[in-house]
Design a protein around this ligand. Structure first.
Ligand code: UFG
Length: 342
């Protein structure tokens, strides 16, 4: 076994942090990205952290002729972590075909390329969005909770991909899958050499906060203050991207160690729910930076409250997301300052 892990979407937010953790854990990697939602500068950031350039192929995973070149160049791939996908909920409503083509075809191609190999280990990047709004009494939400019809084409692609993987495990004896359902990944590498790079106006809370603190945005709009939560704002489970990256290393360790079932599913969260207002106040506390905000109408399609029961991952993967929220928010702020030369 060569210990080589293919990382699709290696120049993306979670992909780049995972490449760093895989290399630190002793894995060989090969990264793939088409830079549809990232830039080659991310690879420079990874090189600066690691001290060398990772093996990398620029390819579009949804295009078989492009993607298959990776396996020709690196025939020793033992496992694949599949991040490459579009991920903007709102955009997916306007561009469903683009989301289906990219998110579904890239996985179809990956399974097709892996099914005839000796090692067919796939770690799939899924989302807690598959749970929809949890039923009363279902929080923290565990992997046994039923999934709900997706509220967006993006969410639907995650559900469809999980189903495609289950069918493939049944059909192809070498395919083994670990699906990881992420809650809300935030923060940046402590080096501030890689982090989240939203294109245009950020849709997600933490990049909007850091850009507002940096003076790029006038004020944060908090969407809704009249929800059925203690302070009226929505509750999420914010997980540090480096903790999340480490869970991928554990998942690969487990698969290559031939442990576990052929299809496994894990929630990756902290287990703690934090409201938008609590997050804003924690950001102000740890950074000492003022953050202008106003309350705005509810955002359509928002889940009111969701946080993870991550005990399965804690127990079986021997992993826990334990970086304090304040440290995570500081890492996000340090990254914002770095890219804005503040
Ligand atoms: N929010 C604001 N103002 C903003 C941005 C966000 O108040 O400017 C609020 C949202 O209303 C929500 C919370 O901050 O209550 C978190 O919003 P995000 O957009 O950061 O995250 P979401 O939980 O909506 O979505 C994220 C990912 C999706 C994933 C989903 C799963 O972006 O890809 O989690 O629940 F599918």
């Amino acid at each position: 076994m060569s210990n080589r892990v293919l990382v699709t979407g290696a120049a993306g937010y979670i992909g780049s942090h995972t490449v760093v953790e895989l290399v630190k854990a002793g894995y060989e990697v090969v990264g793939v990205d088409d830079f549809a939602n990232s830039t080659p500068d991310v690879l420079k950031g990874i090189s600066s952290i690691l001290g060398f350039e990772i093996p990398f192929v620029e390819a579009d995973c949804s295009d078989m002729s492009s993607f298959s070149r990776v396996f020709e160049a690196y025939p020793d791939i033992d496992a694949a972590i599949h991040f490459a996908a579009f991920k903007a909920v709102g955009e997916s409503v306007l561009k469903p075909v683009e989301y289906f083509r990219n998110n579904l075809m890239s996985l179809v191609n990956l399974i097709d390329l892996m099914r005839s190999r000796e090692s067919g280990n796939i770690v799939f990047s899924s989302s807690c969005t598959v749970y929809g709004e949890p039923d009363e009494g279902a929080l923290p939400i565990s992997e046994t909770a039923r999934t709900k019809p997706a509220l967006s084409p993006y969410g639907r692609t995650k559900q469809m991909c999980e189903d495609m993987l289950k069918d493939s495990v049944r059909a192809y004896g070498n395919i083994k899958v670990t699906a990881l359902r992420y809650f809300n990944p935030i923060g940046a590498h402590p080096s501030a050499l890689i982090g989240e790079l939203p294109v245009g106006v950020p849709q997600n809370l933490v990049p909007y906060i850091t850009q507002t603190a940096a003076g790029l945005r006038k004020e944060l709009s908090i969407f809704g203050d009249d929800y059925d939560t203690p302070d009226g704002t929505c509750i999420r489970d914010y997980i540090y991207v480096c903790d999340l990256a480490k869970a991928h290393v554990r998942a690969v360790d487990r698969m290559l160690g031939a442990d576990g079932e052929r299809y496994e599913l894990f929630n990756l969260g902290t287990g703690t729910g934090v409201s938008v207002l609590e997050l804003v106040n924690e950001f102000k506390r740890v950074t000492g930076v003022d953050l202008p905000y106003k309350f705005a109408p509810r955002r359509e399609g928002d889940i009111v409250k969701v946080w993870a029961d991550a005990s399965k991952a804690n127990k079986i993967l021997g992993w826990k997301a334990d970086t304090p929220l304040g440290d995570v928010l500081l890492s996000a702020w340090n990254w914002e300052k770095k890219i804005r030369n503040l």
